[in-house]
Design a binder for this molecule. Structure first.
Ligand SMILES: [Zn+2]
Length: 292
């Protein structure tokens, strides 16, 4: 067991809903791993607002892989389950055989795995499904033993029917053990977990990608998933991601969301946004930026 006694947990409030960020990985990443045709110098017009939180002094992107634990009056919901430990065959080989501190970080937020009522993965990529399972005597078993896992049927069918080798590893390690344990509730598109939490279809990054909308006491927040991965895409929504399944659909989805939230009070909880992670979108000239 890794010891990490000095974890400080970042928390957010949306009306009566509380949200805690549980970090698995934070890594500086070259733009060429994320964007189709961008290099470090493409960030130059934006360095004044992206540094130091989201871009390093060497102009690498700071990408965070974290979960959000959303607590409403009724439920405790874990959104996205990061990379996980001991996985193999991943398309990002630096994460094979990881031994990270995620469960220690969850404990630092005052939560045990059995406290989670629902698990929802915005999509089925390896960095959003890893802690669905943990290795127990050589078998992959559900980490959150009392949780109902909400799987989008269209998302699952897309990966089941067209798996590459790394997708097969993800299905075998992160998805199929949950189905075999009968802990899945299948959903399709917009679905209300309770009166405060709703799945928001945002397709493009993957076929069944969903963001999550939180509403309480007149306040609203959106957990992005990978509809946008880095804050630069709020100013540059046309920057396409290598990992987008349908790049033009992903761009249209991203633009529609930015248009809707720009200059509003909607809080954007960025699934890969480094600290401070929660931002608002504001207009500046013809484009948008963030404020936090
Ligand atoms: Zn991701």
């Amino acid at each position: 067991m890794n010891q990490n006694p000095k974890v400080s947990i970042q928390r957010f409030a949306v009306g009566d809903i509380s949200v805690a960020k549980i970090v698995d990985v934070v890594e500086p990443t070259s733009p060429r791993f994320l964007f189709v045709d961008k290099t470090r110098s493409d960030f130059d017009p934006h360095l004044d607002w992206l540094q130091p939180n989201f871009i390093t002094d060497k102009k690498l992107m700071l990408l965070s892989i974290h979960s959000f634990v959303v607590q409403t009056r009724h439920h405790t919901i874990l959104v996205d389950t990061c990379v996980g430990n001991h996985k193999e065959g991943l398309s990002f080989p630096q994460w094979n055989g990881r031994q990270g501190d995620y469960l220690t970080n969850l404990a630092a937020a005052g939560l045990a795995p059995e406290d989670i009522d629902f698990v929802f993965c915005t999509h089925m990529h390896l960095d959003h499904t890893g802690w669905n399972t943990r290795l127990d005597n050589g078998r992959w078993v559900p980490t959150f033993v009392k949780a109902t896992y909400l799987f989008d049927r269209g998302e699952w069918e897309a990966w089941r029917d067209h798996p590459g080798s790394s997708e097969q590893s993800v299905l075998a390690q992160n998805i199929n053990p949950i189905i075999e344990a009968n802990q899945v509730h299948w959903v399709s598109g917009a679905w209300e977990i309770d009166d405060a939490i709703r799945l928001l279809p945002t397709p493009g990054h993957t076929p069944g990608h969903c963001s999550v909308e939180l509403t309480s006491r007149g306040q609203r927040a959106i957990i992005t998933g990978d509809m946008m991965i880095h804050p630069v895409q709020i100013a540059e929504p046309d920057w396409q991601q290598i990992g987008d399944f349908d790049k033009s659909m992903a761009t249209a989805t991203r633009k529609r969301c930015i248009d809707q939230v720009c200059d509003s009070d909607v809080l954007i909880l960025g699934t890969h946004f480094n600290t401070p992670t929660a931002v608002r979108v504001v207009s500046e000239g013809a484009a948008c930026r963030i404020r936090f």
